[in-house]
Design a binder for this molecule. Structure first.
Ligand code: KIV
Ligand code: ZN
Length: 523
């Protein structure tokens, strides 16, 4: 067994960053990721310097178990955590999933608030307390590094919370998380909660305290930082703030607040902030959740200065309106990259600069698509390449792919789509009509790959400026209560639409194969 992340790692002036994009983030409706996508995110988080990666909820499904266990094998530096409810089966499944990690952690939780204990668990507080001890003890039989969470901690009676925390530490928990599960707390209240618990629990100095905030009132990041001021030294957060309902505290905001306002928050963290933009783009691509334009740190407008007064000030001295540099979060200036004469070497160098490291086959496919794009589009920008490569990565393992599409559209209906798909190695062609060209394309897909999934979302936006810009299309499909989203980019909006639809269908098929044996909830 290896040394756990303990109070020694999170010193007075160092906070640990615990990323839960792959667990709490993936619980956002429609944000599910494939195994390959989760591995890519985990490797990037590890490279970026995240201390703990919560890779999933192993008991939730075979797919979740497999993802946690593969991530545990692949991640070299960070601790890899698997989530478990307080039952023995949950804890054992999490232990089994993380056992190959260089630094494994089991994160076990149970609700402690009156409303959760009475209605959700239907348990008396004394029984909950027994389960705290039993679950942590069982987890310690698997690993040295055990985190215990008091679900709905901010709405828990303080005396009972202190008794649970003390019991968890006595049973061997090395990290104690007090989540604001429903996004209800305020910064002052959350800071005071940590001060009180740390002062009242006699063995509090044996554990690292952790914050975990949801954004229902838009205060997740503020509450997170307040919790750290109250003595917590682990921050649980997600890339782009994705997560249940309104999401979790955004990792990029927390990291940049610590860095930019180190006068107010004098705590070091190990994350390389220059990788934040790359991480945001990857998570947006694999979840197909767009990042709002004015999102702090990673939004498209986060460093854009539009008004004349601001531009004038910026030209005189960037500090007039810029509290951090775009470079510090990894934003490279939009640049004209290459044209159709650019060769493999230049393309490889450019991809490296954008943070991509593709295998030989993926590189060759991406290069071919770049050449096609450069033939059709006058200016190829960094954003174009990112859309193209993300697309390549996302579709690499698809079982059904677009081979050819011709559409007849315009005022004289009916609109017709002639589509050829590669369905697991066999080419199939059909012609279908529809109420508009997009409908015709989707009907053609349904004819070749019959399914019951319902279209929940169809969205188009331009990757760059200009009428020859690539269209980026997002499609969300749902089936049997599961929903998945996929994105695709192409200069032809209809080709992008067909590919995005198929991307979502491929994800649904993968989900169907992996199955979800139990309905689970973790906030
Ligand atoms: O929000 C929450 O309470 C959670 C726990 C499972 C840690 O996500
Ligand atoms: Zn949560």
């Amino acid at each position: 067994m290896t040394a756990p992340q303990t109070a020694g790692d999170a010193t007075q002036d160092r906070v640990l960053i615990f990323d839960t994009t792959l667990r709490d983030g993936e619980q956002s409706p429609g944000a599910s990721m494939t195994l390959e996508e989760k591995l890519q995110v985990a490797v990037l988080l590890d490279d970026m310097g995240v201390d703990i990666i919560e890779a999933g909820f192993p008991i939730a499904s075979n797919g979740d178990f497999e993802a946690v266990s593969e991530i545990a094998k692949r991640v070299k530096r960070a601790t890899v955590a698997g989530l478990a409810r307080a039952g023995q089966k949950d804890v054992d499944r999490a232990g089994e999933a993380v056992k190959h990690a260089v630094k494994p952690r089991i994160h076990t939780f149970i609700s402690t608030s009156p409303v959760h204990m009475k209605y959700k668990l239907q348990m008396e507080p004394e029984r909950v307390l027994e389960m705290v001890t039993a679950s942590v003890t069982r987890a310690r039989n698997w690993v040295d590094d055990v985190e215990w969470s008091a679900e709905d901690g901010t709405r828990t009676e303080i005396d009972f919370l202190c008794r649970c925390v003390e019991a968890a530490i006595r049973a061997g928990a090395t990290t104690i998380n007090i989540p604001d599960t429903v996004g209800y707390t305020t910064p002052e209240e959350y800071a005071a909660l940590f001060r009180t618990v740390r002062a009242r629990v006699p063995n509090a100095d044996k554990a690292v305290f952790s914050v975990h905030c949801h954004n229902d009132l838009g205060m997740a990041v503020a509450n997170t930082l307040a919790g750290v001021q109250g003595g917590a030294r682990q921050i649980e957060c997600t890339i782009n703030g994705i997560g249940e309902r309104a999401g979790n505290a955004a990792l990029e905001e927390v990291v940049m607040a610590l860095k930019t306002r180190s006068d107010a928050y004098p705590y070091a963290c190990g994350v390389d902030s220059r990788m934040l933009t790359r991480a945001s783009k990857l998570v947006a691509a694999v979840t197909s959740f767009p990042v709002q334009y004015n999102k702090a740190i990673v939004g498209r407008n986060a460093f854009a200065h539009e008004s004349g007064i601001h531009q004038d000030g910026m030209l005189k001295n960037t500090e007039t309106y810029e509290i951090m540099t775009p470079e510090s979060v990894g934003v490279s200036k939009t640049s004209l990259v290459m044209g159709k004469h650019s060769g493999r070497h230049a393309f490889r160098e450019k991809l490296k600069e954008l943070g991509y490291d593709l295998g030989e086959n993926a590189f060759e496919d991406a290069f071919k698509r770049f050449k096609d794009l450069a033939d059709r589009k006058k200016h190829v920008y960094d954003e174009d390449l990112e859309a193209l490569v993300d697309d390549e990565i996302l579709t690499a393992h698809d079982r059904i792919k677009v081979v050819a599409l011709t559409v007849i559209a315009g005022t004289q209906g009916p609109q017709l789509a002639t589509l050829t798909l590669d369905v697991e190695g066999t080419h199939k062609t059909v012609q279908a009509s529809g109420n508009g060209p997009v409908d015709a394309c989707f009907n053609a897909i349904k004819a070749l790959a019959p399914h019951e999934a319902r279209l929940e979302l169809y969205q188009v936006h331009a990757v760059t400026e200009g009428t020859d810009a690539q269209a980026e299309v997002s499609v969300r499909l749902s089936e049997d209560g599961k929903s998945v989203t996929a994105k695709a980019a192409d200069p032809d909006t209809l080709v992008a639409s067909a590919r995005a639809y198929l991307g979502a269908l491929n994800k649904l098929m993968t989900k169907r194969l992996r199955g979800k044996p139990e309905a689970l909830q973790a906030g």
